[in-house]
Design a binder for this molecule. Structure first.
Ligand code: SAH
Length: 259
């Protein structure tokens, strides 16, 4: 018995740091320009060891992290990148059992991370094909059981929110301010709303829509990550970086000012 099981995800990394994500299936083979590797041979491997393709080229075999999976997931819409997801999990304070409304769900990258942190998610998504893709992506990572905590409705969140009792509302869509009028009915007091927007004018409109009596501790920020190249005495920032993805706006929903 090896250390991997069929049905599991595995990441193969070559000497040039090219990464390949596979779902291990009995009888399947992984093919590259440098030969092939049988999945049945990968199953026998110890995690963290090297396996040789038929050409002799070695690949490191490890389990993928959630970020590896998110970056490789098939996309229908642009995903939120791991650097931003990490902060969204913190500012939204996602914990096991928290009741979240997420809209839209897109490819399900953010959903995956919130599910892993234990959220119970209701998704509102306009496009059925995107919802199907998001469900598939979530199942690839967690298996079918994850769908117990993940229900997507095909609908326009601008038109309203049917349920109430949400602890968190997490928005990644073009006009999040159109959701704000529905929040007071849908959210628990003390809850948190988060909006991710690529452009600062969207963040400004969102801030304008959040009445400061009901939405306190308002904050907007962006996450800038700059990797460094460290090799002997050559120590400098990497030449390339992702300079901009989006702005994160968040606030807490409270009872209005009594005065
Ligand atoms: N956060 C997602 C990406 C969301 S992309 C991820 O990490 O994968 C934005 C999504 O919002 C798209 O899928 C789009 O169809 C959906 N959307 C746009 N307007 C909407 C609306 N009014 N109601 C519900 N979903 C909407």
């Amino acid at each position: 018995m090896g250390s991997f099981n069929f049905g599991e995800l595995v990441l193969l990394i070559d000497s040039k740091d090219r990464r390949y994500l596979l779902s291990l299936k009995e009888g399947d083979e992984f093919h590259t320009h440098s030969g092939y590797i049988r999945h049945s041979a990968i199953v026998e491997m110890e995690e963290g060891s090297h396996i040789k393709a038929s050409s002799g080229k070695p690949y490191l075999v490890v389990r993928p992290t959630m970020s590896d999976v998110i970056l490789k997931m098939p996309r229908s819409a642009q995903i939120i990148y791991p650097k931003d997801i990490g902060h969204i999990l913190l500012v939204a304070d996602i914990y096991p059992g928290v009741k979240v409304l997420e809209s839209g769900v897109g490819s399900g990258a953010l959903s995956t991370a919130m599910l892993r942190a234990g959220a119970n998610i209701t998704g509102y998504e306009l496009r059925e094909d995107f919802a199907t893709r998001a469900n598939k992506n979530v199942c690839t990572f967690f298996g079918e059981d994850s769908l117990n905590n993940y229900t997507i409705h095909i609908r326009d969140v601008y038109e309203g929110i049917d349920e109430d009792g949400y602890d968190r509302v997490v928005l990644d869509l073009p006009e999040p301010w159109k959701v704000v009028p529905h929040l007071s009915k849908a959210m628990e007091l003390g809850g948190i709303v988060v909006a991710y927007t690529p452009s600062i004018t969207q963040a400004m409109k969102m801030r304008d829509a959040l009445n400061p009596d009901n939405f306190v501790m308002q904050d907007t920020f962006e996450v800038s990550v700059r990797s460094w190249h460290i090799e002997g005495k050559a120590v400098r920032p990497e030449h390339r970086m992702v300079a901009h993805t989006g702005f994160i706006t968040h606030a807490r929903f409270v009872k209005g000012n009594l005065n």
